[in-house]
Design a protein around this ligand. Structure first.
Ligand code: HEM
Length: 129
């Protein structure tokens, strides 16, 4: 279940982007950032980095753990609720599948997403159950 939740978070991250401001002139991966530059970091893109994940656009709940998971960010602002969020998701999905073992999602291709760029999520999955 842990690896299934990891894959869901990797494949379709709830937090798609973060913002940072350069506190000083700096260079990252050959790119120069002047002090004060606002930088938009795409976690959604990093989570599908082909240098970190084989076949990144394929959803695979048995994917071996590789790379640095970024769906809870990294560094000093790493999500303080990551452990709790993982526990909640694992408990909720395990319980749901135990109680409703034949539960299936249908019409996945017609899910409607919230019109937001940063916090990604569907409007409802009820219509798909
Ligand atoms: C699936 C659920 C969650 C996701 C995807 C998530 C994701 C994230 C991400 C990406 C950040 C970094 C923000 C940044 O660097 O600008 C963050 C920070 C944070 N998260 Fe979460 N989070 C989740 C659940 C939670 C929960 C359950 C809590 C609290 C109970 C929580 C509390 C926080 C706090 C306080 C920060 C700020 C940490 C800091 O700035 O030092 N999160 N989260």
């Amino acid at each position: 279940m842990t690896s299934a939740i990891y894959e869901c978070m990797r494949y379709d991250s709830s937090v798609q982007a973060l913002q940072r401001v350069a506190l000083e002139d700096l260079e990252v991966a050959g790119i120069q950032f002047k002090k004060g530059t606002l930088v938009l970091l795409s976690l959604g893109s990093a989570n599908r980095d082909p240098e970190q994940y084989d076949d990144p656009d394929t959803f695979n709940i048995e994917r071996p753990e590789t790379g640095m998971p970024l769906w809870f960010a990294a560094g000093i602002h790493y999500c303080i609720g990551a452990r709790l969020a993982m526990l909640e998701m694992e408990t909720a999905v395990s319980t749901l599948l135990r109680r409703f073992p034949t539960l299936r999602l249908t019409n996945l291709d017609s899910l409607e997403y919230q019109p937001r760029n940063v916090m990604r999520g569907v409007k409802s999955i009820m219509a798909s159950l």
